[in-house]
Ligand binder design. Structure first.
Ligand SMILES: [Ca+2]
Ligand SMILES: [Ca+2]
Ligand SMILES: [Ca+2]
Length: 139
């Protein structure tokens, strides 16, 4: 769970899975992928697209969930197991900690890259394609 949170946060396309968010997993009919769960959590108005505003709101929630001591930066300890290369990519000033600004800058970049039809929203398909492009589809 923590590993997934970190991956999705770092990939920037959707939020960290808020640890308290269980709506999608309560559905009994089938298993949802990490991306689907993150997408549904981020798409707060349920219109099937994640806007930049929804992404920012979701990022803030994910950041707050991971920032256990509430000091406004994420340390390696708070992130738990994570991908060091991704961390360096997000940590643009190289101080070994992630600020919300660094996380959001990475998300905005990924959002723009992922919004292939440039309509200002990410569909689940656009998001999955972007996650795959950034993470190489690694589990
Ligand atoms: Ca939406
Ligand atoms: Ca912290
Ligand atoms: Ca789009």
């Amino acid at each position: 769970m923590l590993r997934t949170s970190w991956r999705v946060l770092a990939a920037g396309v959707a939020a960290a899975l808020a640890l308290g968010w269980t709506g999608a997993r309560a559905q009994p009919d089938r298993e949802y992928s990490d991306e689907e769960i993150a997408f549904m959590a981020a798409d707060t108005d349920g219109d099937g697209e994640v806007s930049l505003a929804e992404l920012a709101r979701d990022a803030a929630r994910g950041f707050a969930t991971l920032d256990k001591d509430g000091d406004g930066v994420l340390t390696v300890e708070e992130l738990g197991p994570h991908d060091a290369a991704l961390f360096r990519q997000v940590d643009t000033n190289g101080d070994g900690k992630l600020t919300f600004e660094e996380v959001m800058a990475n998300k905005v970049r990924a959002f723009r890259a992922g919004d292939k039809d440039k309509d200002g929203g990410l569909t689940l398909e656009e998001m999955e394609a972007e996650v795959k492009a950034e993470l190489g589809g690694a589990p």
